[in-house]
Design a protein around this ligand. Structure first.
Ligand SMILES: [Zn+2]
Length: 264
């Protein structure tokens, strides 16, 4: 049986290059977590720093955050496994040549989208898209046929889905046997999952505690409303469906910058 946790540093060593653009790392830092969110989420100063590190520390050249850099390393490992390649940087991947790869990017994966857009077999969707060329997929009811993707990516999306278990089942359904679901969510491994909101029997959003939002707190955008604050029990839900590995840094920031790799 495989280990649940894999440490980025053990696998990749300390890399001085950004795994997205391949340039020598020059990192800029800013605070990413606002006071309202820190209070609603009951973040200790240490956890707040860890989430600031996750979202507010980024590559000066391409803008990839810590989380997206970790996402890139995990995606590269899956690409290299599937194509027996040895890519180290997302920017080096010959995306146009990967004609056999069917990949669903459900809401954009930050700066990774700039590269994934070159993939012939990309199915890209965006929440509430107004572009007729870009569909809007509902993760709880995907429009795709069964067993059609090699890889599905979501980037900090599941916490905004009213029923994440249904979304997991849908993602499993559209993946091929041996397909991968790679994703991030904000999670705190030392807590249990908190349901913040639900859809009631009238089909309306019902808040179960004060509303939390990601993105710009002042805008209080419906698509950034938090339905779940994920905790350790979330992993069991994943394991009920997939073979799971969690890529993480065991050092600073605990597990908050983890990337989940789920294999059918
Ligand atoms: Zn970069």
């Amino acid at each position: 049986m495989k280990e649940l946790y894999r440490d980025f540093q053990t696998i990749y060593g300390f890399d001085h290059r950004c795994p997205v653009c391949g340039r020598v790392k020059e990192l800029i830092s800013r605070a990413a977590i606002c006071d309202d969110l820190a209070e609603d989420w009951r973040l200790s100063p240490e956890l707040r720093r860890a989430f600031d590190y996750r979202e507010g520390r980024s590559c000066r050249h391409c803008g990839a955050t810590t989380r997206i850099m970790n996402f890139a390393l995990t995606l590269l490992e899956v690409i290299n496994l599937k194509f027996s390649s040895r890519y180290q940087f997302v920017g080096d991947v010959e995306w146009r040549s990967l004609t056999n790869l069917r990949l669903a990017e459900i809401n954009n994966c930050g700066v990774l989208h700039n590269y994934l857009g070159n993939l012939p077999g990309l199915s890209y969707s965006e929440y509430d898209s107004t572009d007729p060329e870009i569909s809007s997929e509902d993760l709880m009811s995907l429009s795709y046929v069964d067993n059609c993707f090699d890889v599905v990516l979501t980037s900090d999306v599941l916490e905004h889905v009213p029923d994440y278990r249904q979304a997991l089942n849908e993602i499993y359904r559209v993946l091929k046997p041996d397909g991968f679901f790679i994703f991030t969510v904000p999670w705190i491994s030392g807590r249990t999952t908190v349901v913040k909101a639900k859809i009631n029997c009238q089909g309306m959003v019902e808040l179960l505690s004060r509303a939390s939002f990601h993105g710009d707190y002042n805008l209080q955008l419906a698509d950034y409303l938090v339905f779940y604050e994920f905790g350790y029990d979330f992993v069991q839900d994943l394991q009920n469906i997939f073979e799971v590995e969690i890529y993480c840094h065991h050092g600073f920031g605990g597990l908050v910058s983890s990337v989940f790799t789920c294999r059918c």
